[in-house]
Design a protein around this ligand. Structure first.
Ligand code: IMP
Ligand code: MG
Length: 204
């Protein structure tokens, strides 16, 4: 059948290793911290938990750009409920690897949050300053409920107390890239979370 991909080719793709020395995306990666498989298994688990917790309700998934765009696509497909998505864009970092504590809203939501069940999707909670600011801002819009789902949470370095209901992985406080997370806007398209080689950035 012309135009069809042979099943054997698809199977090869599925079994291909996720780290490929010839893959130009990976040139500055020291090592993989969380594999593609581990991320996908975790998102399935979180999706099932969210499906149970919000049974009978209609969710609004709110992604924080740009980092959450990859997770949003994968997680949303594991939530077996009617839902809507919206995005807001914030900037807290510039190109450096330490938080500035200053959060700017670059793009606001299209939805009115009043009376909605809102689940905020974050790539990573580091100092927590970005999330803290966002939650205060969003609470002021009077949603029926507001919870947070973060793929990653760095251990022991939050500067503010935060209730993050759904956490994928707790990781050490190192700078990571991949699966939506960038360094100077690169590496977002890696299917795993990895550590950068130290000579790929200067931590100033
Ligand atoms: P926080 O305000 O310190 O919690 O930082 C929040 C934002 O900084 C995240 O949404 C990310 O965009 C970015 N960020 C924090 N840690 C990392 C990291 O290890 N790699 C890439 N981006 C990070
Ligand atoms: Mg960033």
């Amino acid at each position: 059948m012309e135009g069809w991909v042979a099943l054997s080719e698809l199977e090869d793709a599925v079994h291909a290793p996720s780290v490929d020395a010839a893959d130009a995306r990976e040139r500055d990666i020291e090592r993989v911290l969380i594999t593609e498989q581990q991320i996908q298994d975790k998102l399935r688990e979180l999706g099932e938990q969210i499906t149970r917790d919000y049974e009978g309700r209609e969710l609004l998934l709110l992604g924080v750009l740009k980092g959450a765009f990859v997770m949003m696509a994968d997680l949303s497909r594991h939530i077996r409920l009617p839902l809507e998505v919206d995005f807001m864009a914030v900037a807290s970092y510039g190109a450096a690897t330490k938080t500035s504590g200053v959060v700017r809203i670059l793009k606001d939501l299209d939805h009115d949050l009043e009376g909605r069940d809102v689940l905020l999707i974050e790539d990573i909670v580091d100092s927590g300053l970005t999330l803290n600011y966002l939650l205060k801002n969003l609470r002021g819009r009077r949603p029926a409920s507001l919870e947070v789902c973060a793929l990653l949470k760095k251990t022991g370095i939050q500067r503010v107390h935060l209730d993050v209901k759904y956490v994928g992985f707790e990781i050490p406080p190192d700078f990571v890239v991949g699966y939506g997370l960038d360094f100077a806007e690169r590496f977002r398209n890696l299917p795993y979370v990895g550590l950068l080689k130290s000579d790929a950035y200067s931590d100033t």
